[in-house]
Design a protein around this ligand. Sequence first.
Ligand code: FES
Length: 169
Amino acid sequence: MKRRNLLITIFAVAGGAITAFFTWFTQPSIRGQTPTHTETLTQPRYQKKKILNISELKPGSYIVFNWPTETERYHVNILIRGKEGKGMGRRADLYAYNLVCTHLQCQVKYDENTDMLVCPCHGSIFDPSNDANVVKGPAAKPLAKILVEEDDKGDIYAVDMIGEPGQGR
Ligand code: FES
């Protein structure tokens, strides 16, 4: 009987030790480590911020806004209310991009005559109604895209960025 109790105790202790080891091994926070890239993929990289209400943005107009910070010179973006159907928001008419050129990081401008985003430095052109893809170089990569959400009241928020300012995506 004593031998049987001893074996049960040994198995119980071994089982607890194995469970503790696997918990430690699979939970980085328990080990005091920063979560890996894969563990943070579902988390937005930046803090959500209200840009404006849709009532302040007429069809065909745009606004330039700073985000994710107010002061970083690369954190300058544009929100355009363009054609319905291919964009974001409740009417799928919102298009938002970081304005730092993917060639040599000048700030691109919205050209109201062509509805394109044009770089004043070396003439690159990006199409905002087509994911800011390059229409004309020397830039080779599209602008970083800002993900926006529109709530029931028409408030529009910047929530995340695909790509990096000046590096594109
Ligand atoms: S920096 Fe924009 S085209 Fe060169």
